[in-house]
Design a binder for this molecule. Structure first.
Ligand SMILES: Cc1cc2nc3c(=O)[nH]c(=O)nc-3n(C[C@H](O)[C@H](O)[C@H](O)COP(=O)(O)O)c2cc1C
Length: 358
């Protein structure tokens, strides 16, 4: 089943394997697309992956949250992105662009000015205090996400993924831990959901019913006082009803950077958001992808029987970009050991550093 085709909206995808959004750290310091970045995707596209999701691209300059992270904040960025989409389309793989803003979750040595967030709640990674966004700034941000989605479509991407998980700005709005606002953008669930909902509705209106619009999504934060599964589920149901085409099920704000749990060793520890996916499957018709700690072929096959439409992986593809071919040849498990050196060496281009001594 792993190698059978599927569809997201009208888009045919040749197999069920997804390369989850993975920051490449290959753009210029100003966020422009480089030859290295284009070559990276040209190469990855030859590896038989059904759907590739780009690393997160920032929709507004003050949302840059990664070293050498790529920008999609201006129309001038379209030309560079076109080359990325074109390189992938030389093959029959599909590619979505992932849109993000770091909000208050931007490391001190990346941020160029004080960070912005729904409320002044400390970034619990380094304690930096963001500035509260004004109503006008929030409206500008909604529009920045919508414009970035339109740029992604103009650049030739097969679809867009909004990053609404892992503690970044959209997730901060969803989360009662980070969002303490008392205006229409905070407080009750419907207000905390408004930021994502307006982004989605605006992008749908601009891009029409047939363009794949998706989200990397979380049912819950991994933080006390954060988003609860029952709340995440209500948001998911509403997005599903409004026509969101796919959810990639990940986790919410967590002290564990990017929810990349270290040293996943046993099959029973793999697919750590499966309970969330199962809960969503009972209520959501959209395509569901699952990410997080998936390593073994048998787990992948089981996930597809348990309600996932697609299986999404990040670190296994960093470790073995040709993993699909290896699985096809019968390899039983990824050789990734989840050491997270690909994450901790965050100022180097993303690749597997597991045999590096540090
Ligand atoms: C080096 C690295 C870069 C990542 N960059 C992104 C990113 O740009 N966007 C995103 O949504 N998640 C990012 N993640 C999180 C992964 O997509 C994924 O959700 C997480 O690592 C768990 O999946 P895995 O066990 O398959 O690695 C990154 C993770 C790593 C290790």
């Amino acid at each position: 089943m792993m190698f059978t085709p599927t569809k997201i909206n009208q888009l045919e995808i040749k197999n069920r394997l997804v390369r989850s959004g993975t920051g490449e750290r290959l753009a210029t310091d100003q966020g422009s697309i480089t030859k290295e970045l284009i070559d990276f995707y040209a190469d990855l596209a030859c590896k038989d992956i059904g759907l590739i999701i780009t690393g997160h691209a920032y929709v507004q300059k003050n949302g840059k949250c990664g070293y050498r992270m790529a920008a999609i904040d201006k129309d001038q960025t379209i030309a560079g992105w076109k080359k990325v989409a074109k390189a992938v389309h030389e093959t029959d793989s599909k590619i979505f662009i992932q849109l993000d803003h770091g909000g208050g979750q931007i490391a001190e040595d990346i941020m160029e000015e004080q960070t912005v967030a729904p409320s002044p709640v400390k970034n619990y990674n380094d304690g930096a205090m963001p500035r509260q966004l004004s109503h006008e700034e929030i409206e500008e941000l909604v529009s920045a996400f919508i414009k970035a989605a339109v740029r992604g479509a103009k650049a030739g991407f097969d679809g867009v993924q909004f990053l609404a998980a892992q503690g970044y700005l959209i997730n901060q709005f969803m989360s009662p831990y980070f969002n303490k606002r008392t205006d229409k953008w905070g407080g009750p669930l419907e207000n905390r959901f408004r930021f994502l909902k307006e982004i989605y509705q605006g992008a749908r209106q601009e891009l029409g019913k047939e363009y794949p619009l998706t989200a990397k999504f979380c049912l819950a934060d991994i933080t006390e006082g954060g988003l609860k599964p029952s709340e995440g589920l209500k948001m998911a149901k509403e997005l599903d009803k409004a026509g969101l085409d796919a959810f990639e099920v990940s986790g919410g704000a967590s002290i564990q950077a990017l929810n990349s749990v270290r040293y996943v060793k046993n099959e029973k520890d793999e697919a750590y958001y499966l309970p969330h996916l199962k809960r969503m499957r009972r209520h959501v018709k959209a395509n569901l992808m699952l990410v997080g700690g998936i390593q073994s072929r048998s787990v992948m096959e089981n996930l597809l029987k348990q309600g996932a439409d697609m299986v999404s992986m990040c670190r296994p593809f960093v470790c073995e970009p040709d993993l699909v071919a290896r699985l096809k040849r019968g390899q039983k498990k990824s050789k990734c050991i989840c050491c997270n050196k690909c994450l901790t060496y965050y100022k180097k281009p993303t690749k597997c550093y597991k045999s590096d001594g540090i």
